[in-house]
Design a protein around this ligand. Structure first.
Ligand code: SF4
Length: 307
């Protein structure tokens, strides 16, 4: 099947068979996100989905774990998800686990009975774009949920047996607020206990709505050093058992491990990297080559140093 979009999956799903069930993201409004912005959202025909299942079966595939793509597959209507699950089990009876990305809103739109039916039909991990622990940041970034709604849906998921994993984003609160965001997020994660936390630290792009805010000064990005310190505070405060994987692709730093046992090792790694960048020039994570026009932000500093 030809894939349309940019593949962005939690690392723990990289070995799963990725079955696209839609093109793009049905929400597509988070201000920082450029994954599917250029695509017209559409659901893929069931015939096409079945064709892909058949192709993989005939090629000898027998995945135990399937990830439904794309941006917010849980936003599909329950009946459609159940039809897809039925096809999956017909082609791959050995598949024990169907996972996908979800938004808080997509869960709110489903009843408790629907959540339970989806669990009974093999849905397990839902990756939620939690991103921040601060309501004003969620509102500003148009995440379409607030913290209290996130608490409520996670309780409902647990009741149905579904497993919640959190996507977070250091840097999302902007310059000077990394520490505050880390504290708020730690409280949220400690209270909700996700199985996995994936931190894709913020990347700046020209083609997203956030760019206009950076250009007019209403959002000042944090530099990579502040993002690393935010991550350090968060990790230090996490008390719950979980698998953590954090990426700062721009500066090629990845911190991963199991909490609480790997915490000290992970903090040490962050301390070393922080020490390396402390006192140096500010580095901003941008998508190289796509931001040549943005010159200034927060006084006279360049936002993206093109080097
Ligand atoms: S829900 Fe996810 S994929 Fe969709 S716009 Fe927001 S961050 Fe991007």
């Amino acid at each position: 099947m030809n894939y349309e979009g940019q593949i962005c999956r939690a690392p723990m799903e990289r070995a799963s068979f990725m079955l696209p069930v839609m093109v793009g993201c049905s929400y597509n409004r988070c201000k920082f996100c450029n994954l599917f912005r250029h695509l017209n959202y559409r659901e893929l025909p069931l015939k096409q989905i079945e064709g892909e299942l058949k192709r993989v079966r005939e090629a000898g595939g027998s995945p135990k774990r399937i990830f439904l793509g794309d941006g917010n597959a849980f936003g599909l209507k329950t009946e459609r998800l159940l039809q897809i699950l039925e096809m999956i089990h017909a082609y791959f009876p050995e598949c024990m686990c169907v996972n996908m990305d979800a938004t808080v809103t997509s869960i709110r739109q489903k009843t408790d009975e629907e959540l339970l039916r989806l669990y009974e039909n093999g849905v397990r991990h839902l990756y939620l774009g939690i991103e921040s622990g601060l309501d004003d940041v969620l509102l500003f970034m148009e995440k379409d949920h607030d913290i209290s709604q996130a608490y409520t849906v996670i309780r409902r998921l647990e009741k149905a047996g579904l497993i919640y994993d959190a996507h977070i984003m250091t840097g999302v609160a902007g310059r000077g607020r990394g520490e505050e965001n880390a504290r708020a997020l730690a409280e949220f994660l400690n209270r909700t206990g996700p199985a996995h936390v994936v931190n894709f630290s913020m990347f700046l792009h020209k083609e997203v709505p956030l760019y206009a805010h950076i250009a007019d000064g209403s959002f000042i990005p944090a530099d990579e050093l502040e993002n690393l310190k935010e991550e350090r505070t968060l990790l230090a405060l996490l008390k719950t058992e979980l698998l953590y994987d954090g990426f700062h692709d721009y500066i090629e730093v990845r911190v991963r491990g199991k909490l609480p046992q790997d915490k000290e090792k992970m903090l040490e790694k962050l301390d070393q990297v922080i020490g390396k960048y402390e006192g140096g020039r500010a580095l901003y994570a941008y998508v190289q080559g796509e931001c040549p026009d943005l010159k200034r932000c927060g006084g006279l500093e360049k936002v993206w140093d093109m080097g």
